[in-house]
Design a protein around this ligand. Structure first.
Ligand code: GDP
Length: 362
């Protein structure tokens, strides 16, 4: 599955958030491809469109799509130089598709902060420095390799050598790779390097109950995020931990009391989903209404392959109804009759919200 690693300094609320996120785990039998590991939480992606589809189709069950959050504890200053714990921490980040960085913005004298004060900008820099140092090491190795090949007048090696020099220089100035605005041409090189600071980042600002507005610490996180092409979601982990303990009815009352429209975790999950560059399509039949995930830009056969590998191989065509058309026409029959159902071939790129029926050979 697609995953997002949760990182941060100690005592910022990572476990509190991870536990709240995973209290709502999905039934594993619906998701045979998901990882089973206590540090990995498979979380349903909240999507009100599922209920709208179900209201029309009246299926036996509704199955949301999922994404994975990985609890990556164990950052220590000096991780990039260190062995053991530090290295393992960096190796875990390398395996994730995106990074959710929890930053402490809440005050609580009873909860020790590793640096003795609440300073989100300093916390972000501490973690970022470790990632940058690790990337500098990867870049130096690659530079060495391409420098040798460049001597043999290999054109691509010369280009790579020059880009690597630029990347190293910017890293040395403290600019993460994702903020370096490198062009399309550099992407193959980046794919080869698996750099840590190239991954998309979401800052989860863990604020106090009343810390969502007029909060200079939250503003500081937003400023940093804007500079480095990262996203920000403020959340109060303490509230989320309480919410996660409640049943649906109690939860509605609790949210109303705080004047909240939805749990903060729903925003975290959706922000993570966006961060990963994912989009959703649906299948809707009497057995189940189900949301599926593909990378933005996926073709129809690739989408079919998410359901079953045989579907991708034997793909013939896709019968596609846009989500709004499906709702407006009250389902497949109505969409067909009004010409809103399209027959799409192998080249079709799946659009957000498409309701799809695949035709395939077995
Ligand atoms: P981790 O080390 O980053 O995983 O942090 P934990 O989730 O273990 O949290 C550290 C301590 O801070 C625990 O005692 C939590 O109950 C507390 N904590 C977490 N989030 C909040 C919050 O939003 N407000 C307050 N006051 N305490 C929190």
């Amino acid at each position: 599955g697609f995953n997002c690693g949760i990182v941060g300094l100690p005592n910022v609320g990572k476990s509190t958030l991870f536990n709240a996120l995973t209290r709502n785990q999905v039934a594993a039998e619906n998701y045979p491809f998901c990882t089973i590991d206590p540090h990995v939480g498979t979380v349903p992606v909240p999507d009100p469109r599922l209920a709208q589809l179900a209201e029309i189709v009246q299926p036996q069950k509704i199955v949301p799509t999922v994404m994975e959050f990985v609890d990556i504890a164990g950052l220590v200053a000096g991780a990039s130089k260190g062995e053991g714990l530090g290295n393992r921490f960096l190796a875990h980040i390398r395996e994730t598709d995106a990074v959710a960085h929890v930053v402490r913005c809440f005050e609580d004298v009873d909860i020790h902060h590793v640096c003795g004060r609440i300073d989100p900008a300093a916390d972000i820099e501490t973690l970022q420095t470790e990632l940058i140092l690790a990337d500098l090491e990867s870049v130096a190795k690659a530079l060495d390799r391409y420098q040798r090949r460049a001597k043999a007048n290999d054109k691509q090696a010369i280009a790579y050598r020059d880009w690597l020099g630029q990347i190293a220089e910017a890293l040395n100035e403290g600019t993460p790779v994702r903020a370096q605005n490198l062009g399309e041409a550099v992407q193959p090189l980046l794919q080869e390097l698996h750099l840590l600071t190239a991954k998309p980042v979401l800052y989860i600002a863990n604020v106090t109950e009343d810390g969502f507005v007029d909060n200079p610490r939250l503003d500081a996180v937003r400023r940093i995020a804007a500079q480095e092409n990262a996203a920000v979601t403020p959340v109060c982990a303490a509230i989320e931990a309480e919410l996660a303990q409640l049943d649906d009815r109690e939860r509605a009352g609790f949210l109303a009391e705080y004047g909240l429209e939805e749990p903060g975790l729903d925003r975290v999950i959706r922000a993570g989903y966006r961060l990963l560059g994912l989009q959703t399509f649906f299948t809707a039949g009497p057995k189940e209404v189900r949301a599926w995930t593909v990378k933005t830009g996926a073709s129809a056969p690739q989408a079919a392959g998410r359901i079953h590998t045989d579907f991708e191989r034997g793909f013939i065509r896709a019968e596609v109804i846009g989500f709004d058309d499906f709702i407006r026409c009250r389902g497949e029959q109505g969409a067909k009759e009004t010409g809103r159902m399209r027959l799409e071939g192998k080249e079709y790129l799946v659009q957000e919200g498409d309701v799809i029926h695949f035709r395939f050979n077995v």
